[in-house]
Design a protein around this ligand. Structure first.
Ligand code: NIG
Ligand code: FE
Length: 406
C-alpha cells in the first residue's frame, strides 16, 4: 500500500518575524501538511526542493498566526448607552455599582439562547480572523449561573468547531456578583468552586479558570479559593488583576502558578517580582486602557527589566474594550504603552501563546516542527504592522497548513 504523498507548500522571499525576532535576510518557509517543515534563508533553498513544492507566496512579511489570548467574544446585548454615559462623566466603576456594566451584559446573555449567542459571536470572531488571528481565547463570565456559564463555554467550543481557528476556553465564573447573590459573595464563590468548576471540568468545556480580582468584583482571598478549586480539577489559572487598584491579586495568582496576570495597570514592584519568579506572563490590554481613558500605565519598564514575557490582546468585550481589531492593539501597545513594534508583535505571537500555555506546542513561533499557523502581510517590514492602522493588509491566513483567506 502506498502512502499518499503530502503536498509541500512554499513561501519564498519573505521577511520573517518568527514570533520573537525578525530574521536579517529573506527567508523561505516550507509547510508539509499542518506543520512547518523548513525555515531557511533564500540563499540556502535547494532549487530541487523548491521545484517539488507548490509556491503559494512570494515576498511580503510573514508572521506566526496572531494569538489573541484574552477575549470575551460571547455575549448578548450592547452597551452603547454606557459608552454615552461615560462620555458624560460617569465612571466605569460607578456604572458597575449601579447594576450596569458587566451585569447589564449578564442580563442580555442569560436571555439569549445558545444559537443566538453563536450567531452574535461568529462575526466578531470572523473580524479577528480577517486581521490574522489563528488562535483565540474566549472567556465565559456573563452567565454567572452554572447553566449560563456552561452555555457560554459550549458556544465558544462550537465556534472553534465551525470556523478554521483554534479556540481556547476559559471559565470566568468569578467575574461579577450576580443579583441573586447580592450580599453573599462568599456564597457565590462556593457555587463557583463546588459546582461551576467541577461541571465545566467534567464536561471538558474549560481549558483554564480566570477571576476578576478587584474591589468591584472579588477579593484576593475569594480568588484564591477559586484557584484552589481549579487546581483540584487540574485546570490552569489566570487573573484579571490590578486593573483599577492594587490589591495584590497578581502576586497571589503567581504564587498559584498562574499562566498570566492580565490588565495590571496598578501592578507594583512586588507583583512584578512575583510574576518573574512564577514564570507567569503579563497580559497587556491597551484597548481597555484606551476605552476607560485610564492614566495609570502598566509597569512596562520594570516588566521588561525583569524579563517577564509581555503578551498583548484585544480584551474584546462589550464594555471596557469594544475593539475587535488585533492590529489596532499592536499600534496601541506601542503608542500607549511604549512597547517596541517587535515587543508588540511578540505579544500577539510567541508571548500570546505563552499566556495560554500553548508555547509548549511551539504555537506562536515560525520554527521547524511548529504548527503551520501563519500570516502573510502586504508590508515591507514587521514594524509596519504596528506603525500604520490599515486593515486589509493580510494577504494570506494559513491555519493548520491550509490557506483560508486571501
Ligand atoms: O477584561 N475587567 C473585567 N472584565 C472585562 C470587562 C468586561 C466588561 O466590561 O464587560 C475586562 O475589562
Ligand atoms: Fe477581560
Amino acid at each position: 500500500m502506498s502512502t499518499p504523498s503530502i503536498t509541500r507548500r512554499l513561501w519564498r522571499d519573505v521577511t520573517l518575524f518568527d514570533g520573537l525576532d525578525t530574521q536579517p535576510q529573506p527567508m523561505a518557509v516550507v509547510v508539509a501538511g499542518d506543520r512547518i517543515e523548513r525555515v531557511v534563508p533564500m540563499s540556502e533553498l535547494d532549487p530541487a526542493e523548491a521545484v517539488a513544492c507548490e509556491t503559494l507566496g512570494r515576498g511580503g512579511v510573514m508572521t506566526p498566526g496572531l494569538i489573541d489570548c484574552h477575549t470575551h467574544l460571547v455575549f448578548g446585548g450592547s452597551r452603547a448607552d454606557e459608552f454615552e454615559k461615560r462620555l458624560e462623566g460617569v465612571s466605569y466603576e460607578e456604572i458597575a455599582r449601579q447594576g450596569g456594566g458587566i451585569l447589564s451584559t449578564v442580563r442580555a446573555t442569560r436571555e439569549a439562547s445558545e444559537p443566538e449567542l453563536f450567531a452574535l459571536a461568529r462575526p466578531r470572531l470572523e473580524a479577528l480572523m480577517r486581521e490574522g488571528v489563528t488562535t483565540v481565547e474566549i472567556k465565559s463570565g456573563y452567565g454567572l449561573s452554572v447553566a449560563d456559564e456552561l452555555k457560554m463555554l459550549r458556544v465558544a467550543r462550537r465556534l472553534g468547531e465551525a470556523l478554521p481557528v483554534r479556540v481556547v476556553t476559559t471559565l470566568l465564573g468569578a467575574h461579577a456578583l450576580p443579583p441573586e447573590y447580592q450580599g453573599d459573595s462568599d456564597g457565590y464563590i462556593d457555587l463557583v468552586c463546588r459546582e461551576m468548576i467541577p461541571a465545566a471540568a467534567a464536561q471538558g468545556l474549560a481549558d483554564a479558570v480566570d477571576v476578576f480580582c478587584e474591589k468591584i468584583a472579588f477579593s484576593v482571598a475569594q480568588c484564591e479559593r477559586v484557584f484552589e478549586a481549579a487546581a483540584t480539577h487540574g485546570l490552569p489559572i489566570k487573573a484579571h488583576a490590578e486593573q483599577l487598584s492594587n490589591l495584590g491579586g497578581s502576586a497571589m495568582a503567581a504564587r498559584h502558578g498562574a499562566l498570566s496576570a492580565d490588565h495590571i495597570e496598578y501592578l507594583d514592584a512586588a507583583g512584578v517580582a512575583a510574576l518573574r519568579e512564577a514564570g507567569s506572563t503579563a497580559v497587556l490590554l491597551p484597548g481597555a486602557f484606551h476605552t476607560l481613558r485610564e492614566t495609570q500605565l502598566p509597569p512596562i519598564a520594570a516588566l521588561r527589566e525583569a524579563g517577564v514575557p509581555m503578551a498583548v490582546a484585544t480584551d474584546a468585550n462589550p464594555g471596557s474594550s469594544p475593539l475587535f481589531m488585533p492590529t489596532l492593539m499592536l499600534n496601541f501597545a506601542c503608542t500607549l504603552f511604549r512597547l517596541t513594534p517587535r515587543e508588540a508583535l511578540a505579544g500577539m505571537t510567541a508571548h500570546g501563546a505563552r499566556a495560554l500555555g500553548l508555547h509548549r506546542q511551539s504555537l506562536g513561533r515560525i520554527a521547524e516542527g511548529a504548527p503551520a499557523d501563519l500570516c502573510l502581510w502586504d508590508a515591507e517590514t514587521p514594524a509596519e504592522l504596528a506603525y500604520a492602522v490599515q486593515p486589509g493588509r493580510l494577504r494570506q491566513r494559513i491555519f493548520q497548513g491550509q490557506c483560508n483567506f486571501h
